[in-house]
Design a protein around this ligand. Structure first.
Ligand code: HEC
Length: 471
């Protein structure tokens, strides 16, 4: 009962806060009008802005409080799984949306920088310009060499895309991997650690990675491009190797992507935005600009650009068991990371109008190499006929603890992905998926929780190859 009351109180506060946002918006509009009329309202506008920030932050905190209350209320009931599924859905949708906005803006500005016309009809104070047509309109953009004489009042900043992508990604990591650590994060065949240790290692690794990277950027290494790149690749190999020897293979992949994503967001938060702020302030005060600021921000922004394709691959990697299901998941991960970063490099130099003959072919060969090393081995011969009874016995022993209308597993209380093997027909209907997950990629049973043997995998394969008959 106490929880219901708490939930009702939080809901009431939420409604009041939402009403406040409308009120504050009306106040802000009035202040904008007064400013147009020439009144001095700078101070008042600032306090409205901080009130708005306070209200928005409170809304987020109250919403989180409501979800936590709801979770405590529903824990152990049939609705717990449902709540988690909807949390997953909502947070994932937010993560994808913010991520597209962030990476889209990043791609666009790197393209703009690369494609600028820097020679024809460029005013002295400009670095270049670009004509573009999009969505039925013509656009003309100019880039300043340093900064305009007077910093315009309405200056758009690109930062919330990055922050919200990171925040939603971090929440998703909790919803999918950390709340369910014993099932998805930890694989006892890899390393037997407790959920709390796993979460600590995961979160700690992101901080460590950023510190290593930031030190690299400040060290003399940063002066020699190829040496910096090589060291960066070696550090990545180290992290990929480490993650795949600590976490389950899927979690290892996601942590590698989250590690790169965290560096990207930290670059925006700790270097790019502060440099830009310092530049704007210096320009406002008419002080000379420190060109190093722009250079630092530009370098981090370029690194972020190279991280994008590897991160995007990792984010979809969970759908591809042949990648993380490999015996050396870290090697596959590194090969794909290199290949996709190579493709991005090609796109960057192409936008600059430079012709490169080898970057794209080499990247494609690297990616084909990944397809090659993940190919399944040639299957051994099936010497005798395998009957359905044998296969059914294996499935009942190794799979049905999870894949059943009434699972007995300690984590999965409903059949994962709706897949059930209670009847022969259900097994037959899913035989191709079984082949893929149990024989080819060996990603089922999950983390081999039920200890299936290679012999049993071979039996299942032979039964399917011999025509999957139900007799
Ligand atoms: C510990 C619980 C568990 C056991 C045991 C288990 N699975 Fe799964 N299975 C899952 C989970 C969780 C998923 C969903 C996530 C995924 O696709 O990896 C899944 C997904 C699958 C899928 C993919 C479904 C899809 O929609 O893509 C197949 C096929 C599958 N399992 C087959 C099997 C077979 C066959 C066995 C026995 C040899 C088995 N599983 C044993 C937990 C389990």
């Amino acid at each position: 009962m106490a929880l219901e009351i708490l939930l009702a109180v939080l809901l009431l506060i939420l409604v009041m806060l939402v009403v406040m946002t409308y009120y504050l918006r009306a106040v802000k509009l009035r202040k904008d009008e007064e400013e147009e009329e020439g009144k001095e309202v700078e101070k008042e506008k600032e306090s409205v802005l901080s009130a708005q920030n306070f209200v928005y932050t409170s809304i987020v905190l109250v919403a989180v409080g409501m979800v936590v209350t709801l979770y405590v209320m529903l824990r152990g009931t049939v609705w717990e799984g449902h709540l988690m599924e909807w949390m997953n859905l909502i947070v994932r949708l937010m993560h994808i949306t913010f991520g597209i906005a962030w990476i889209g803006a990043s791609f666009y500005f790197v393209f703009l920088e690369n494609a600028l016309n820097r020679t024809k009809d460029v005013r002295d104070e400009l670095a270049g310009n670009l004509w573009a047509v999009h969505g039925g309109g013509f656009y003309y953009l100019e880039k300043y060499k340093i900064a305009p004489q007077k910093i315009p009042k309405h200056l758009h900043w690109f930062k919330y895309e990055a922050y919200f992508t990171w925040l939603s990604g971090f929440c998703l990591l909790f919803v999918v991997y950390y709340f369910n650590a014993s099932a998805l994060l930890i694989d006892k065949n890899v390393l037997d650690i407790s959920p709390l240790q796993g979460i600590g290692i995961g979160v700690g690794s992101f901080i460590t990675a950023y510190i290593i990277y930031a030190l690299m950027c400040k060290s003399p290494l940063a002066k020699t491009k190829w040496l910096f790149t090589l060291t960066g690749i070696l550090v990545c190999v180290g992290f990929a190797f480490f993650y795949s020897h600590v976490f389950s293979a899927r979690a290892a992949y996601i942590h590698f992507g989250a590690m790169l994503g965290s560096i990207m967001a930290a670059n925006v938060f700790f270097v790019i935005i502060p440099s830009q702020k310092a530049m704007v302030n210096a320009a406002k005060e008419g002080k000379p600009l420190n060109p190093q600021l722009g250079k630092n921000a530009g370098l981090r922004s370029l690194h972020n650009n190279y991280f994008t394709l590897p991160v995007l691959f990792v984010m979809i990697s969970n759908h591809f068991p042949s990648t993380f299901g490999n015996d050396n998941p870290w090697l596959v991960l590194m090969v794909i990371t290199l290949g996709t970063a190579g493709v991005k490099h090609y796109l960057n130099i192409k936008e600059k109008g430079q012709l490169s003959v080898w970057v794209m072919p080499v990247s494609i060969v690297i990616l084909l190499g990944a397809a090659f090393i993940t190919a399944p081995e040639k299957p051994g011969a099936c010497n005798s006929e395998v009957g359905f009874d044998e296969v059914n016995a294996i499935v009942q022993k190794r799979c049905v603890s999870c894949h059943s209308a009434k699972p007995t597993d300690d984590v999965y209380t409903s059949a994962p992905n709706g897949i059930m093997y209670d009847t022969p027909e259900q097994i037959l209907a899913k035989k191709d998926m079984i082949m893929q997950r149990v024989v080819v990629t060996k990603t089922m049973p999950q983390n081999n929780k039920t200890n299936i043997t290679q012999k049993e995998r071979d039996k299942i394969r032979c039964w399917i190859e011999q025509g999957a008959r139900l007799k």
